[in-house]
Write a protein that binds this ligand. Structure first.
Ligand code: GLP
Length: 241
C-alpha cells in the first residue's frame, strides 16, 4: 500500500488529479473507474483544469462509474449521472458514449446489472479505480454485510448511508432506498485502486479499513489485499494511523 497524507486539500486534489491524468497521458485508451460523493469533487476540478490547459485528452478513454441511485430521474440534481456531468463530463472531451453509469431508472434493474457487467467485460480490466469511503466502510454502495457480492447488483442502502447522504437532499424521505453498485469483485480486479478520504469523521473508519481485520463487516478492509493500492488522506482522516 502506498499511503500519502496531505496538510492541504489543494495538494491532495492536485495529487489525485495528476495520478489520473498521468495515466491517461501514458495510456490514452485507459479505462477509468470513477466515483461520486463529496470527496472527489476537488480532484475532478483539477482534472478539468489540466484538460483546459491542454495537457491531457480523454477522447479515447472509457469510464465506468461505481454506482447510481435507483429511481431518481437522470436530470435530478442528485443523480450520479447529473453529478458526473456537472463536475466532469460537461467540461472534458470524454465522449458520452464512452462514459458509463448504471441506469438507476431501468425497468429491470437486475437485467441492467447484467448489462453493466457485460460492458465492463467488453472494456477489459479497469486501469484505475477511484474510490471514496463511507463512514461504515462501504465502497461504491457495497454495504457491510455477512457476505459481499462480486458483480454489479441492486443494494438496499443502510440507514446510516441514507442519513450521511441526506445532506445532498431536501429531506430524508427524498433519499433513495436502493442503488445499483459495482461489486467488490469488479473493484478489486482494477489494476490500481486510488482511495481518497478526507475529514476527521472518517479517521476511525480509515484506521479500521487499512489496519483492522479483513472482513465483510468493513468492505473497504478488502482493499488491503490489493497489490496496487494508493491511499490519499488529509491529515485529519489519517490521524489514527
Ligand atoms: C457515497 C457513495 C460512495 C462514496 C461514499 C462517501 O454513498 N456511494 O461512492 O465514496 O458514499 O461519500 P463522501 O465522499 O460524500 O463522504
Amino acid at each position: 500500500m502506498n499511503l500519502l497524507t496531505f496538510d492541504s486539500h489543494e495538494k491532495l486534489h492536485e495529487s489525485g488529479a495528476s495520478i489520473i491524468t498521468g495515466l491517461v497521458q501514458t495510456n490514452p485508451r485507459a479505462v477509468l473507474g470513477l466515483a461520486t460523493g463529496g470527496t472527489p469533487v476537488g480532484i475532478y476540478e483539477e482534472i478539468v483544469k489540466s484538460y483546459q490547459r491542454g495537457v491531457v485528452r480523454f477522447n479515447q478513454a472509457t469510464s465506468f462509474n461505481l454506482d447510481e441511485y435507483v429511481g431518481l430521474p437522470e436530470e435530478h440534481a442528485e443523480s450520479y449521472r447529473n453529478y458526473m456531468n456537472t463536475h466532469l463530463f460537461n467540461h472534458i472531451d470524454l465522449p458520452r458514449s464512452q462514459a458509463h453509469i448504471p441506469d438507476g431508472n431501468s425497468a429491470d434493474p437486475v437485467e441492467e446489472c447484467k448489462r453493466y457487467d457485460e460492458l465492463l467485460l467488453t472494456a477489459g480490466q479497469i486501469d484505475l479505480q477511484l474510490l471514496g469511503l463511507g463512514h461504515n466502510g462501504h465502497i461504491g454502495f457495497n454495504e457491510p454485510d455477512h457476505a459481499l457480492i462480486s458483480g454489479t447488483h441492486v443494494v438496499e442502502l443502510r440507514e446510516e448511508t441514507r442519513k450521511a447522504n441526506a445532506r445532498f437532499f431536501d429531506s430524508m424521505d427524498q433519499v433513495p432506498t436502493h442503488a445499483l453498485t459495482m461489486g467488490v469483485g469488479t473493484i478489486l480486479k482494477a489494476k490500481m485502486i486510488l482511495l481518497v478520504v478526507k475529514g476527521a469523521d472518517k479517521a476511525e473508519i480509515v484506521h479500521r479499513a487499512l489496519t483492522g481485520p479483513i472482513t465483510t463487516d468493513c468492505p473497504a478492509s478488502l482493499l488491503q489485499t490489493h497489490p496496487h493500492l494508493v491511499v490519499l488522506l488529509d491529515s485529519e482522516a489519517g490521524r489514527l494511523l
